[in-house]
Design a protein around this ligand. Structure first.
Ligand code: ADP
Ligand code: MG
Length: 248
């Protein structure tokens, strides 16, 4: 589903790599949590997976397609919700969703069925006729999520999806991730909220200063640290040595 092979990225003018020599494999049917402190390289990695940034070195394969070579096929097989969705403020919610439906070639009946499902779940049905500029942050996140799932992508990618969501909405986001993998798809999301990862993920990877420092199931990570039973939070703080650092 996702395969990263020796992927590196250094931004122009930067002295350090934002992501360095990253190897990663995410399998079908899996919810994979990508953990790391602020500035660790999560968003950079995600942008390379979805084809918004080109790696300096290495290969990114999504559903068997090399993202640099076969970009359209790769993008057709995934849905992406960025950390700050940049929606079109002067479209209505429904216009935005129909635009995405057209881009991804979702036929009318399928589109209506899926929209009904997500809009009802998110209680957005009453608001889809309004301009996006009138939406709250949470409503925009929900609209972005609905748009990203409209073509039922095999791979669903979210960058820090829970930020700024109320408890009910973040619960719904989790439900939707579980529902999506239950249908045989794959979910990859980044977070610095450890509890969310602990509740949801089949496997997690921890990135720090651009390098993957641990990857596996929660049990595997705990065992590798020789700390059976300890919380992931403790583990995470130790691995990233972020215990008393000042977050951005
Ligand atoms: N557009 C950019 N130009 C230059 N440096 C960037 C850019 N985006 C991110 N960085 C740097 O790359 C590193 C990784 O950032 P990012 O991938 O956004 O981390 P995360 O999403 O884990 O917080 C950080 O040091 C950050 O300052
Ligand atoms: Mg980020």
């Amino acid at each position: 589903m996702i395969r990263l092979q020796g992927v590196s990225k250094r931004y122009k003018g930067a002295s350090k790599y934002a992501v360095r020599n990253l190897d990663l494999e995410v399998k079908p049917g899996e919810i994979f949590g990508f953990l790391g402190p602020n500035g660790a390289g999560k968003t950079t990695t995600i942008k390379m997976i979805v084809g918004l940034l080109r790696p300096d070195q290495g290969r990114v394969l999504v559903n068997g397609h090399d993202v640099s070579i076969d970009a359209v096929a790769a993008k057709q097989s995934m849905g992406f919700v960025p950390d700050k969705p940049d929606l079109y403020p002067r479209l209505t919610g429904l216009e935005y969703l129909n635009l995405l439906g057209d881009v991804y070639g979702v036929d009318g009946p399928t589109r209506r069925k899926r929209l009904e499902h997500y809009l009802e779940m998110f209680q957005l049905s009453g608001a889809v006729g309004d301009l996006i500029q009138s939406y709250s942050h949470g409503m925009q996140q929900k609209l972005a999520l609905t748009g990203a799932l409209l073509h039922a992508p095999a791979l669903f990618i979210l960058d820090e999806p829970m930020v700024g969501l109320d408890p009910k909405s973040s619960h719904l986001f989790k439900e939707i991730m579980r529902e999506h993998v239950a249908q045989g798809n794959t979910v990859f999301f980044s977070t610095h909220v450890l509890e969310v990862a602990e509740q949801l993920c089949h496997r997690v990877g921890i990135i720090n200063q651009g390098e993957m420092i641990a990857c596996g199931t929660m049990d595997e990570l705990r065992k590798s640290q020789g700390q059976a039973g300890s919380s992931l939070e403790k583990l995470f703080l130790e691995l990233t040595d972020e215990g008393d650092s000042h977050e951005k």
